[in-house]
Design a protein around this ligand. Sequence first.
Ligand SMILES: Cc1cc2nc3c(=O)[nH]c(=O)nc-3n(C[C@H](O)[C@H](O)[C@H](O)COP(=O)(O)OP(=O)(O)OC[C@H]3O[C@@H](n4cnc5c(N)ncnc54)[C@H](O)[C@@H]3O)c2cc1C
Ligand code: FES
Ligand code: FES
Length: 475
Amino acid sequence: MDDTTFLLNGEPRSLAAADPNQSLLRWLRGLRLTGTKEGCGDGDCGACTVALLEPAGPHWRAVNACLLPLGALPGREVWTVEGLASGDRLHPVQQALVDTAGSQCGYCTPGFVMSLAVAHAEGELAGHGCDAAIEGNLCRCTGYRPIRKAAQRLAAEPVAEDGLARRRQGPAAPLAGACLGAFESPTTLADALAAKVARPQAQWIAGATDVGVALSRGERPAGGSIALDRIAELQVLEIGADAVRIGAGVPLARLERELAGVFPALDDLLPWFAARQVKNRATLGGNLGSASPIGDLLPWLLALDAVIELAGPGGRRVQPADGYILGYRKTARQDEELVVAVRVPRHGGIEAGYKVAKRQADDISIVAAVYRIELDDARRVRLARLAYGGVAATPVRARAVEDLLLGREWNADTIETAAQSLEAAFTPLDDHRASAAYRRALCGELFRRFAEERVQRAGGAFLSAKDAKNAKEAS
Ligand SMILES: Cc1cc2nc3c(=O)[nH]c(=O)nc-3n(C[C@H](O)[C@H](O)[C@H](O)COP(=O)(O)OP(=O)(O)OC[C@H]3O[C@@H](n4cnc5c(N)ncnc54)[C@H](O)[C@@H]3O)c2cc1C
Ligand code: FES
Ligand code: FES
């Protein structure tokens, strides 16, 4: 393959004449490969799901073609629904959906087929895997019961001997660097930083789950893009006894798999962060780069006293997560710097993460909260971290309430005093997602839930927080 070619269903395709900012979805449909559908164009519906080969492994990952810019593709391998059937014989996933009547209008069906084909090829359909595989696919007319039935049937079948399976058994070759127009994909940090010095207006791009939404709507980066997804140094995940170092480019789905059980609050949050297709590409570096007030991972980093490693043309430096956000989408990172990694200490103590959104899965937070407390032998609060997203222009810690808790005995009165103080701690906005009053109420209610669900279970409380609240109201 030359350096502007990628493999589509096993066949080389040249992108030499392509617009690197165009989405894979639009490009496929322009070629009349219309099996891949456009529903939302925003990563929300899964109609455009395709399989992308992750070279490490190699493993197939389901991703949204509407968010994937062509510039990211040279040297990669993609499989679409057109590549599954063998002549007139349906692929087992397609056959299962036919047999269970899992399709009516059929618009969503190719997306479901691709999500299930990838999960089947990767052996991920066991247990909760059936639902997890299709959490990012919406169907408006069939209803999910027959689709789940098809998934469950597949889970019991041997992996199909299809193109996906054959390629998965092939070599794991790291991606070479590539350049498609003004979309550059270096393989080292030094090259990425040099590219940014040469083109200061260029934007960093990692998984493209934020940037891809803008590109999909026709916005074009003035100075081009420097992709970070081929840089090995950004892909490291070091799990130490005292801390975990997370490379900025590690996809969140990998964090969900490889850090399971390490950080309870992260285990709480990641299942509700977007859906599988987005998490297969989205990164922690991108979450810090966007610095959204409703980004879900900054509250976690604040509560765990994480430290962000930055690199720029002048060298490397570290920045505590507390102090990284300076204002609305404004951070302590200079434009020419990039996030290399985040170090998250393993503290012990009691922690939990909560996310409240309009619908349970695949939705942006109304409020996200991450709590961490440590109690001493006398059950006095030795340390408290109470971090929120969605209640201010930036993710924030409720410092006054943290201070109020310090040294206090962990009892019903303390819990309720803190919860009520949390309800008064912020002046959130009213918007289309929720009223300010609802957000304020959540700040206290989530803390009561934490006290009841986690602290009590860990032996730190003598009365349920709800009972405590009722007792206080009754007195
Ligand atoms: C359907 C959908 C659902 C979503 N749900 C959630 C959700 O539940 N919670 C949530 O928090 N977010 C959500 N997001 C937003 C997005 O997925 C996250 O912000 C994600 O972490 C972005 O990572 P990325 O690698 O895709 O970033 P990209 O889109 O590649 O980049 C985002 C920004 O970060 C910059 N950037 C990327 N990497 C670096 C780096 N290493 N150093 C410096 N700057 C960098 C880019 O220049 C850009 O400004 C959702 C998005 C979609 C489309
Ligand atoms: S078109 Fe809806 S997720 Fe891509
Ligand atoms: S079959 Fe019509 S949207 Fe799913």
